[in-house]
Design a protein around this ligand. Sequence first.
Ligand code: MTE
Length: 321
Amino acid sequence: MLIKSPKASDVLSSEITPKSVFENRRAFLRTAAVAGAGLAASSLALPALAARTPLSGIQKTKWSEANLPGNDKINDYEDVTGYNNFYEFGTGKRDPYENAQDFKTTPWEIAVEGACAKPGKISFEDLIKPHALEERVYRMRCVEAWSMVVPWVGVSLADVLKRFEPTEDARYVYFETLFDPERMPGQRQAVLDWPYKEGLRIDEAMHPLSLLAVGLYGEVMPNQNGAPVRLVVPWKYGFKSIKSIVKIKFQKTMPPTSWNDAAAREYGFFSNVNPRVRHPRWSQATERRIGELFKRETLMFNGYEEEVAHLYKDMDMKKWF
Ligand code: MTE
């Protein structure tokens, strides 16, 4: 059995790597990989990216690129796929890129259970196939105060969930990542109490912004971004967007979540992006958009206030952070 590290919360916060530092490291690695051919090249060379596979039949939506607000623009592919949090493949921002390339995601099954009329185990293809693939360009805000704009491809989470006919008892939806330390080497370390767990209230899960993402930039999801299927909830801190999902459960009670279990004082269940509520160890008022020099002000609900504020109108957002 894994023993939780008492320092789990420190890992996330210590990963705040300024873009400049990260880029310098990357440039160094590139140079080293080339220059080091005659030296210890094998330990420095970056692995080749897995083949990029285009997805077809992607529909534009009101959240597609054309409607990107204000001064937002899509981040570079290299940033979105090379600067990640995916602790199952290591706690460093570069680790998922380096360690997830051989992660096998076919076949893939998802168990849908709990308070619903039609529970069952289904393949990834069967889960996704009947739904139209949509392009959704979302701002993503990490709790560590960096952000990116990502062109996701996916299907409406609500459309998928409705197929299983949730009952009245389905007040929350629980999500779980694969647990397989053979395939996910980060799970051999007790950084978190594996498997990674997340949850949403049913109205959050059924909100039209909530997405089950299967790709980005019009292509199949790279492993490091959560292949083959992950959640994307753009008005919440990034850790709510759980990767490589194998279980979805409808339930009456609020489900446990990985970061809340690790440090309840620091990571609440709701974790809505809120510049007015500090993380106990740092301010959430500003953020560093990866690729930009100056910090930006963080927007309430990450800029999706108009769409989602009504979900929380009677809630004390300081208490229910
Ligand atoms: N899902 C799993 N299974 N494991 C993780 O470590 N990290 C979360 C979230 N989903 C994580 C996860 C965090 S902290 C963030 S910020 C986002 O994934 C990062 O998504 P990205 O790497 O695609 O930017």
